[in-house]
Design a protein around this ligand. Structure first.
Ligand code: CA
Ligand code: CA
Length: 129
């Protein structure tokens, strides 16, 4: 079961590497938005988004619930997350019911999710890794 200790070098600032590769495809409306990938309540990596859809990649050995959190809302900042992929398996944001950042029914997180958007500080949940 060992994956060995293949650290590989690289220039990213991710926390430790690991056997699971997570790609977050997202953009922000102003280019100032910051998001972080959290697994089992541990931050794996933080990114500042572009206004164009881009893929942001992290690796981890963590298991547990996975969320993408938007945490610096303000001004005109909003975040659109197309999907995450876990070792190549895509989990669409618009298929997830946990979204505390989307503005629905008059409040942040006030609906049933199924949205790519976070207008407010909050998170989209993508299930367990
Ligand atoms: Ca999508
Ligand atoms: Ca906003």
């Amino acid at each position: 079961m060992s994956q060995g200790s293949n650290n590989g070098g690289g220039s990213s600032s991710s926390a430790g590497g690991g056997s699971k590769t997570i790609v977050v495809r997202a953009r922000g409306t102003t280019g100032q938005e910051q998001i972080r990938l959290r697994v089992n309540n541990t931050t794996v990596q933080t990114w500042t988004l572009s206004t164009n859809m881009q893929n942001y990649t992290a690796t981890t050995n963590l298991s547990g619930g996975s969320v993408v959190e938007f945490f610096n809302d303000g001004g005109n900042r909003d975040v659109q997350v197309d999907y995450i992929s876990v070792n190549g398996n895509i989990r669409q944001s618009e298929h997830q019911t946990y979204n505390t950042g989307v503005y629905q029914n008059g409040q942040c997180g006030g609906g049933n999710g199924y949205s790519e958007w976070m207008h407010c500080n909050g998170a989209i949940g993508y299930g367990n890794l």
